[in-house]
Every structure is written in C-alpha cells, then in structure tokens.
Design a protein around this ligand. Structure first.
Ligand code: PEP
Ligand code: MG
Length: 311
C-alpha cells in the first residue's frame, strides 16, 4: 500500500531549541522508532539494518541458497518502513548491511562464514557488499521499493568505504537497482583514516554527505580494538589524531558542498559536540537518550559562536 501523505509528525509545540546544526537520532531496532521520533530529532542519522537481518536467523547467503530472497528483502522493507513512516517527512538515513562475520556465525548458514583472525578488519561493510553484489542488490532493491511506496525521506549510507573506487562501484549498483543517485540523498560513513583522507575524491564521485562513524574511526586510527577491555583505557574518540582527521574532513566537505554528520557514540558527548559545532558540522546524530542534552549543547555552542563573532 502506497504511503499516504501525512503532516510532519514532530510535536506541534517545539520541544527543542532551534539550532542551525541539525540534531538527529540513531535507531538500531524498528520498535524504537516511536520513542526516537518523540525526541523531536530532525531525522534519523543512522538506521542500522543488522538487527532486522540477524533476528531472521539466517545469513544473507542462506536466503540465496534457499531461494527465499524475497523474505530477506521483505524484512528490510518492513523494518525500514516502520522508521521512515514514523519520521516522515523527516529524513531517515538507512545504512547497508554491516555485520562482521563472527556475528553471522551463530545463524543458519553461519558455518560457511569465513574464519577470520580480525573480523573487524575483514569481510564486513561495503567490502562484503561489493564482493557479493547479489545480496547488496537485494538491500538496494528493498530501498528502491520504499521509494516507490512514497518514502522519499529515505537516504542511503554506505559503511566502511575506503576510497572513491568503493563509492563509484556502490553508485553503479544503485543505478542498476533503479535508484537515481542524482535524485536521492546518499553518502558514506567515514570510519577509516583512508576514507577521511579520500573524502575529496569521494565528493567528486558524487556523495552528498559524509558521516563520521567514530566508533570505528577511533579504533582504526589508534589501532585500538573497540571491543577489547584490555585497551579500553586508550580508546579515545577525542584523541587529537581522530579530531584532526574529522576537522580536515569537514573542511574538505565544506569546500566541495558535501554535508557532514556524526553517527558514532561520540556524537552524544558534549566535548565532541563542541568540537563539531565549532568546525561547522551539518548535523549530529545521538542516542535516543542523549538527543535532548545534545540539542541544548548545540544551542549553547552556537550562541557562544555568535557572541564571539560580534565581539
Ligand atoms: C561507527 O563505527 O561509529 C558506527 C556508527 O557504526 P557501527 O557502530 O555500527 O560500527
Ligand atoms: Mg562502524
């Protein structure tokens, strides 16, 4: 059923301060959509689909072996639709699949997942998508269907890209899936130093936004496993090297007319908010419980910047 036009679902009385920097929210399970929308966030900065896929209990490849690809597509359509509907017309940035192989191993078909010494450095994100375009195309087919159903608030984000080559290949698959890259909002996550250093070329390849995945960007910049308690003490999203990559990326993106955002956990932290608003980031996406505080922090920093500029 085609979606019916609805009014903006945001509460009529503003529950948030007006800010130039948009404040969005991260959503990982469709059931959280209503609570996320009620924060008054300006949209969803990251909608993960891993949960939708993992709860079905099969690896993506198993759907192909089983000839049940439609089940895989339908699950994505229904989960993403719930969020896109709840937020309409606020934008919802859905990310293509990004689960490391060890998370697929417990599922049906998991015995065929590659055994990797370093799953976080391995077969995940866009690498898997580009290596196995069959599944990648099914994900894109689900998004195309949602556009057909009227969810023009949907935006597409690619995880773990390294360079313009990744972007151009992903873009070609969008075209093949019937999604016009010139008409839709789409972009990448900046999660590796390579991506940060390649953002100018990625802008030339057509991305419309770049979103900092600081959970991974920190891990790969500092070579600190984000899930390893023994090195948790030196895992620091505010490390000068991480901030330097972020700051330079924002500058390049501004020159190229590419929007910038953050969707890693650090977007919920006041110090990161201060840094990003200072640098002129376009939007910040926070955890549901942090949206309100981030809205107020953004307002505070923006007001200080205005005062500084007239002094
Ligand atoms: C990130 O890396 O910051 C991110 C948001 O992606 P994920 O946590 O799903 O790897
Ligand atoms: Mg990540």
């Amino acid at each position: 059923k085609q979606r019916q036009p609805v009014e903006d679902a945001r509460p009529k009385t503003p529950v948030k301060p007006m800010t130039a920097t948009e404040v969005k929210v991260n959503v990982s399970i469709p059931e959280a959509a209503e609570r996320a929308a009620a924060t008054g966030a300006d949209g969803v900065g990251l909608l993960r689909i891993e949960h939708m896929v993992l709860t079905l209990g099969k690896t993506p490849e198993r759907y192909i072996e089983d000839n049940s690809e439609q089940e895989f597509v339908d699950e994505i359509i229904s989960g993403v639709r719930e969020v896109a509907e709840e937020f309409y017309p606020r934008p919802v940035r859905v990310r293509t699949l990004d689960a490391p192989t060890d998370e697929f191993r417990q599922l049906q078909g998991g015995e065929n997942e590659p055994r990797e010494h370093n799953p976080m450095l391995g077969y995940r994100g866009i690498r898997r998508g580009l290596d196995n375009p069959h599944i990648f195309k099914l994900e894109l087919a689900a998004f195309r269907r949602l556009y057909e159903l009227g969810y023009d608030n949907l935006e597409i984000m690619f995880p773990l890209v390294n360079d313009a080559e990744d972007v151009l290949r992903a873009k070609q698959y969008m075209v093949e899936a019937g999604i016009d890259p010139d008409k839709r909002e789409w972009g990448v996550m900046i999660e590796t130093p390579a991506a940060a250093l390649s953002v100018g070329d990625m802008a030339n390849a057509g991305i419309k936004f770049a979103s900092f995945g600081t959970n991974d960007l920190t891990q790969y910049t500092l070579a600190v496993d984000r899930n390893n308690e023994h090195v948790a003490g030196i895992y620091d999203e505010l490390h000068p090297a991480v901030l330097s990559l972020i700051g330079d990326t924002i500058e390049t993106c501004r020159e190229k007319g590419v929007k910038t955002s953050i969707c890693g956990q650090a977007g919920s932290k006041p110090k990161m908010v201060q840094f990003l608003v200072d640098k002129g980031v376009s939007s910040i996406s926070a955890n549901i419980d942090a949206v309100r505080d981030v809205q107020h922090e953004v307002k505070r920093v923006e007001q200080r910047l205005i005062l500084d500029s007239v002094r």
